[in-house]
Write a protein that binds this ligand. Structure first.
Ligand code: ADP
Ligand code: MG
Length: 693
């Protein structure tokens, strides 16, 4: 076994407690340490003259103490002024010991390192790292940039630096430990340095490397590692795709009579794009291999009917189907729609959510196990261990972006038995830019519904300040007078659902007062599922005119007669989320409006972002622009547990590397399959999330 596979506890200075803390960072072996790369660097390679300091720079300086004092005013702090002849600097400590006061006595020389700020008495540093030195010539200057590693509670930089250093020493003594997995021709073609050298450079950059170059990603060593990391992620997903081919899956052959009958009951004809995507799905399901298909289509493009059609294929072949939606509200809407669509097909439809309790829950579990329910619709509760199917043939996941990669992969194992797996259909309305899709969905085949049903007019979006509230309320009256319906969406910071629901309650009350002729309803996340359902039903049947809601209606809700939406405080939401919300209107014929009612003043970025939404109705365009403006982490959504985390790669900075990756991946699969396992092991090694048994 390679020495790099030894546990971290084998290093000197690392006991059980430190090992536990390292484990929290996913660091179990020496190899994990070698691939635990710094997330930034500090430059302690030169001493700055105080006269050259500028606010915002992080610098090493030496100076002689002029005075030290404890300020009792405000927050108690210890201040110490040092100077070096070219200028002076104030050091400020809010946490300090009595010892520090004596240590910093006048005429003592200090070497300090921190960010330079603008303080009350000129330039200052707050809580700098400091060392007492004998004089200016004794300054502790490093020859290399100092790496700063991601940490966890109870772990210090110095502990992790020492641990990494020891692990690296093994690599220097035995160069084969970091032999390249990426073929030499590829390295050469891109001008990438060898792995061992690149790793060494990132942990301990030599003199030629600057902090700026590392930040900008122009250092070849960094580029190489970012490339390799992205490649490893891609390979992992491709491996999953390959492995899946080894599984059997039920064959659903299309029963033309049945599907024709189904389509004839719909009040519309399928669009060309829906038809094309269905052809792709039908072809997949005919194979005895599990389908793994992602259907991407902008809000309102008609994904639900595609799901229903696929469900029918499975049920006609005698298999059970599970459809999972991210919210109760959406699951219930699906329940209603699917029950109506399948009414004449002798299909038993069941429902299971976190709110299904007691006897009802027992009953549904029983009927899934004995096969008497053919189609079950629900939330993630569907995938708990207690849920057993008799013969699950198809798993459909709606609005998958709300679930994340890990959940998606975990679900795949559900319903697998004796070498056989259900088909999987995943649907999303969040268009992710191509670069991200390549990485995130490399294990899936992708179909795109790139056409909206006919007769849709783009939603007219306006950005208006909340001072014009009265005027907006007037608009509601007019709209309701035309027999159309309205959404009013209250948003608050995500963390507080309670506050958000309270705000919605208050708003509903005020609007009901201001609009006596309008029938106002309210729906929010803290209502009981039956209550929510009753309100949604009333709105759908047009016994309510105005629905005041929190962002619970963000996904999936479909009431075509609602053509006006007011979103309060849109500046608090992400663009994709706003686009999703706005997708609740413009679902029928006739014009529709979305009023983004912001709280002035708007920051420049917020203004630009709302402008993007106003100017475009195309989810892909919006996602691309959002990516440029805010970066991939934000775009992919922090809520998304499955958002990818990288050690060195930064999708914004290194995005251009992705283009070549798909091709290199497939080259590796044919030419050097042994490299794949090694790359995945090095970069994703101890991450068991994608593990397949
Ligand atoms: P999404 O893709 O956002 O899930 P839905 O499946 O909810 O969209 O469909 C949006 C609306 O468009 C629904 O009211 C649906 O009945 C309707 N619809 C779907 N396909 C068509 C079509 N081919 N022609 C007309 N209306 C359609
Ligand atoms: Mg939908």
């Amino acid at each position: 076994m390679s020495i790099l596979k030894q546990p971290v506890i084998s290093l000197s200075g690392i006991g059980a407690q430190t090992a536990n803390r390292l484990e929290k960072l996913g660091l179990r072996t020496l190899q994990d340490l070698v691939f635990h790369l710094p997330h930034r660097y500090e430059d302690r390679t030169r001493v700055y003259r105080m006269g050259d300091l500028v606010v915002g720079m992080t610098a090493l300086v030496c100076g002689k103490v002029e005075f030290v004092d404890i300020l009792p005013r405000g927050r108690k702090s210890l201040v110490c002024k040092i100077s070096d002849g070219s200028g002076a600097l104030m050091l400020r400590f809010f946490h300090f010991s009595a010892n520090q006061h004596t240590l910093f006595k006048p005429d003592t020389w200090l070497c300090v390192f921190a960010e330079v700020r603008y303080g009350m008495a000129g330039l200052e540093m707050v809580h700098p790292d400091y060392t007492v030195i004998s004089g200016p010539e004794a300054a502790v200057v490093e020859t290399r940039l100092t790496p700063v590693y991601p940490l966890t509670e109870g772990l210090s930089q110095s502990v992790i630096r020492k641990a990494v250093k020891q692990a690296l020493q093994h690599c220097q003594q035995q160069p084969h430990l970091l032999a390249d997995a990426v073929p030499a021709e590829i390295l050469q073609a891109y001008g990438y340095p060898p792995l061992a050298e690149a790793i060494q450079t990132l942990h301990a950059p030599d003199e030629s490397v600057t902090v700026e170059a590392l930040q900008n990603g122009t250092v070849p060593a960094l580029k190489r590692l970012a490339f390799e990391e992205l490649l490893a992620h891609h390979l992992r997903l491709c491996t999953l795709k390959h492995q899946a081919r080894a599984w059997q899956a039920p064959v659903f052959s299309e029963e033309a009579r049945l599907t024709a009958q189904f389509l004839s009951t719909l009040p519309f004809a399928l669009t060309g794009a829906q038809r094309r995507v269905l052809d792709e799905i039908v072809a997949d399901c005919r194979q005895a291999k599990p389908m793994m298909r992602l259907v991407q289509g902008d809000v309102g493009s008609g994904k639900t009917i595609v799901a229903a059609y696929t469900a029918l294929l499975a049920m006609a072949a005698g298999y059970q189907v599970a459809l999972m939606a991210p919210t109760e509200l959406l699951a219930e809407q699906h329940l209603r729609n699917f029950s109506a669509w399948f009414a004449e097909f002798a299909v038993q439809v069941g429902f299971l959510s976190g709110q299904s309790k007691g006897r009802a829950r027992q009953a549904i579990l029983q009927s899934l196990a004995d096969g008497s329910v053919n189609l079950v619709i629900g939330t993630h509760a569907l995938f708990q261990d207690t849920v057993q199917f008799q013969n699950l043939g198809l798993v459909i996941i709606d609005e998958q972006h709300r679930f994340g990669v890990h959940q998606r992969l975990a679900l795949r194992e559900k319903g697998q038995q004796a070498g056989c797996r259900p088909h999987q259909l995943v649907m999303t309305a969040t268009p992710i830019p191509r670069t991200l899709a390549m990485l995130q969905y490399a294990d899936l085949d992708i179909s795109i519904i790139d056409e909206l049903p006919p007769g849709r007019q783009p939603v007219v979006t306006r950005v208006i300040p909340s001072e014009r509230r009265a005027e907006v309320i007037g608009r509601i009256n007019e709209w309701v007078g035309k027999r159309r319906q309205v959404y009013w969406v209250c948003t608050l910071i995500e963390e507080s659902e309670v506050l958000e629901c309270q705000a919605a309650e208050k708003t509903a009350e005020l609007l009901a007062q201001a609009l006596p002729a309008v029938r106002v309803g309210l729906v929010h996340g803290r209502m009981k599922s039956a209550e929510k359902d009753a309100v949604m039903q009333a709105f759908k049947q047009h016994s309510l005119d105005l629905l005041v809601a929190t962002t619970v209606i963000e996904v999936g809700v479909d009431v075509p007669n609602a053509g006006l939406m007011i979103i309060e405080n849109p500046e608090r939401l992400g663009l994709s989320q706003l686009h999703q919300l706005r997708g609740r209107v413009g679902r029928g014929e006739g014009e529709s409006f979305c009023l983004l009612m912001y709280q002035a003043p708007l920051s420049e970025t917020a203004r630009q972002r709302l402008g993007i939404l106003r100017d475009s109705n195309d989810g892909f365009v919006i996602a691309e622009k959002d990516l440029q403006l805010r970066g991939p982490g934000e775009v992919m959504g922090t809520r998304q547990t499955g958002a990818m985390q990288f050690k060195v790669a930064d999708l914004q900075r290194d995005g251009e590397l992705i283009a070549a990756i798909a091709q290199i991946s497939s080259q590796l699969f044919t030419d050097s399959p042994e490299a794949i396992a090694l790359l995945c092991d090095r970069w994703l090694g101890t991450e068991t999330l994608y593990a397949e048994v």
